[in-house]
Design a protein around this ligand. Structure first.
Ligand SMILES: *Cc1c(COP(=O)(O)O)cnc(C)c1O
Length: 716
């Protein structure tokens, strides 16, 4: 039995490093232990292992096939942890760098519910790529006990929100303790009260993510609730969360003996970190306030994600005073106006409110938008900050988002690529040459694997429809399962946040036309929708309801389905199983968008407005566009044109191409486009490329600045 307990311990070790969330072989191991339980526990390996008794483990390890897989996976994890990396190769002597990457949400895997959507998935992908590249970057965020809301629709198609309370002790996550084995705590002062914070750690491959948690007994009820929900509280909860994340985050790192020399703010939520870094610079290195501010400024990176002012946190002077007066007076020794200035235009005279994007930009030398187009829009949005500077010279750079390919590419597709290029999934995914030979993939195999995933999506959708109907109290005996969706139909996916600018109902503008398109006998088409509306977004919920109602219409029944509770799992089925990914936001409101990138390596094609990433990715040989490069910030000026274009391209180009089959029954011209899309887009629109770009453009310079300032100080 002893041997078993060693092996069991190894399994827990493997489970406690989220490397499994992007390594399909490791996930396969968990599936092999017990697929039913794995599904039932929401793909949480700790809960899975807890549910297996020793007798079962014994039987498993007596099975040669399982044992072989287990040994392979253990070796794989070790090889990963000890392997050579981009960073080791390029910076063999740089051992001082520590980058702290702050984000309000991290989308890592479905059982760790501390994300809502695109921003979180991007943060998760960023840190996973940092691990793959060997870059010394750690993540900081909040550990929400209830996370983001779960979505269910009622019988009328109206979105209902509910929360699941997380038991952190059943997650692959570990409470940090001090030398007395007590939970390690730091504190911040908010509104005259102590707020204590404990710290949890997630192992992510070669790196870590630290998560802050105020839900401890010594805190008041209000303060315990600071880390309860993601984007769920009121404006005061929001500022309290941001104080905990920014100021508490730097203190937590200090308590862990980590002094980051580079800080990256993913969106403005964490911008208070600059205050605490400045204070630390004064205390630790004896710098003046201005010197310390400069140290912080020159080693901070700020990434903005919104093209509109409404997307930014702005706090009133009252709220700032209520929550932070003690901090800015006693710790920073600033007057009220001096402090308010930090959250305003550099020469701002109007100090009635405090804007987190201004704070972030006032304290970051390196600022960027998340696509080429978004950085142009951002330069316009923030032009007031740069009076007298030509638009093109405004120092807001551009680093286009990407996706973590191993996380978002289906495992059978990964295997197919590896079959033709054995070393494919190594360290060179961001190099164009790596992808060139993928055009040699045999059409039939590529098509077969894609259709395998399409069938998985259809099955998943059918099961979900049954479950969703039961939850609504609908009699399921009348549901003809085999009739829900058609494996031969061109399958369109539309899944994203239901913000109104994304125009989820655009394709329903002409129902008669849509009826003709979807119900064509020879060329059937179907659409799967998913996505949540923010609990306060009434108009977004109306869009969802409209789609739900249309999906019940006799003409569209079983051809249009709304999948509830969009999350990383639902997304995985959708991006790997759809033939076509539709995105029709109002240009230029989609800063980047990333779900369309996930579709690429899964063998789907994009059909989108020329906004965000697609504005720089699109060429006619690898996908389709809707409309032209015209902006329509907040009017419905372009709707008519876009609707016309959408139907026209769908009817006259996309559908004919999909159903055009050669003598082997393959849509060879469609497949050619898929291959173009994979080989021309994947090397660029991934987070390995993105993170190396952050490294080369910003991180390495920020480190030099930091070291130089401290060196000069010590020489003086
Ligand atoms: C990728 C992803 C997103 C981001 O998609 P966008 O195209 O940016 O809207 C949102 N939610 C989930 C669950 C995702 O996987």
């Amino acid at each position: 039995m002893e041997n078993i307990s060693d092996k069991k311990e190894t399994l827990y070790k493997i489970a406690n490093n989220l490397f499994w969330s992007w390594d399909s072989e490791t996930r396969n191991l968990f599936e092999k232990i017990d697929l039913d339980i794995w599904d039932k526990v929401g793909h949480n390996p700790i809960k899975l292992l807890d549910a297996i008794d020793d007798e079962r483990f014994k039987n498993l390890f007596e099975d040669d096939e399982f044992l072989h897989l287990f040994l392979n996976v253990s070796r794989g994890v070790q090889n990963y942890l000890n392997g050579n990396t981009w960073y080791k190769t390029n910076y063999p002597n740089e051992n001082k760098l520590t980058i702290a990457y702050f984000s309000a949400e991290f989308g890592l895997t479905e059982c760790v519910r501390i994300y809502s959507g695109g921003l979180g998935v991007l943060s998760g992908d960023h840190i996973k790529s940092a691990s793959d590249l060997g870059i010394p970057l750690i993540g900081i965020g909040l550990l929400y006990s209830k996370g983001y809301f779960q979505q269910a629709l009622d019988k009328e198609g109206w979105q209902k929100e509910y929360y699941i309370i997380e038991d952190f002790h059943k997650l692959p996550i570990e409470l940090q303790r001090d030398e007395n084995n007590e939970p390690l705590k730091v504190k911040v002062r908010i509104a005259g009260e102590n707020v204590f914070i404990q710290i949890w750690k997630i192992n992510l491959g070669r790196t870590f993510l630290y998560l802050l948690d105020t839900d401890i007994e010594i805190n008041s009820k209000q303060n315990r609730e600071i880390t309860e929900t993601l984007y769920g509280g009121d404006i005061e909860t929001r500022i309290r969360q941001e104080i905990v994340m920014g100021i508490g985050g730097i203190r937590a790192l200090e308590a862990l003996n980590i002094t980051p020399n580079v800080c990256h703010m993913n969106e403005g939520h964490s911008a208070f970190l600059s205050l605490e870094r400045t204070k630390m610079g004064m205390e630790k290195y004896g710098l003046s306030f201005n010197e310390a501010k400069s140290l912080c400024l020159q080693s901070n990176i700020f990434t903005t994600h919104t093209p509109v002012p409404a997307g930014i946190d702005v706090f009133t002077r009252e709220l700032i005073n209520k929550c932070m007066k003690e901090y800015y007076r006693e710790e920073l020794k600033l007057s009220e106006d001096e402090f308010m200035t930090l959250g305003n235009l550099p020469n701002g005279l109007e100090l009635s409110s405090f804007n987190m994007a201004h704070l972030a930009m006032n304290s970051s030398m390196y600022v960027n938008g998340v696509s080429k187009l978004h950085s142009i829009v951002s330069r316009e949005l923030w032009a007031d900050r740069f009076n007298g500077i030509e638009k093109d010279d405004i120092p807001i750079g551009s680093i286009t988002n990407g996706v973590h390919l191993k996380t978002h590419t289906a495992s059978n597709m990964q295997k197919l690529f590896a079959k033709f290029l054995p070393d494919f999934w190594g360290n060179d995914l961001y190099k164009k040459d790596t992808w060139n030979s993928l055009t040699d993939l045999p059409d039939n195999e590529l098509w077969e694997v894609h259709n395998e995933n399409k069938n998985k999506l259809i099955n998943f959708t059918r099961q979900s429809v049954i479950k969703q109907s039961m939850d609504k109290g609908i009699d399921i005996s009348n549901i003809d399962l085999e009739n829900i969706l058609n494996p031969d139909a061109l399958t369109i996916g539309f899944a994203r946040r239901f913000a109104t600018y994304k125009r989820a109902t655009l394709i329903f503008s002409d129902l008669e036309k849509l009826d003709k398109i979807l119900n064509n006998q020879d060329h059937p088409v179907q659409i799967i929708f998913a996505g949540k509306a923010h609990p306060q977004d009434h108009a977004g919920k109306e869009f969802i309801q409209a789609i739900y109602k249309i999906s019940l219409d006799e003409r569209f029944k079983n051809r249009i389905v709304f999948l509830e509770n969009y999350n990383l799992e639902v997304a995985r089925y959708l991006v790997s199983g759809c033939d076509l990914w539709l995105n029709n936001p109002r240009r230029p409101l989609e800063a980047s968008g990333t779900s369309g990138m996930k579709v690429v390596t899964n063998g789907g094609l994009n059909f989108s407005i020329l906004d965000g990433w697609w504005d720089e990715a699109f060429t006619p040989d690898l996908g389709w566009k809707i409309g032209d490069r015209e902006n329509s910030f907040n009017s419905d000026f372009n709707d008519e044109k876009d609707i016309h274009d959408l139907y026209n391209v769908l009817e006259n180009e996309i559908i004919p191409l999909y159903f055009n089959r050669n003598e082997q029954e393959l849509p060879n011209l469609w497949i050619e486009k898929v291959k173009n899309s994979i080989s021309e887009l994947s090397w660029f629109f991934n987070t390995d490329r993105m993170v190396t770009e952050y490294f080369n453009k910003y991180y390495i310079h920020a480190l030099k600045n930091y070291n130089n300032i401290l060196l000069e100080k010590s020489l003086n």
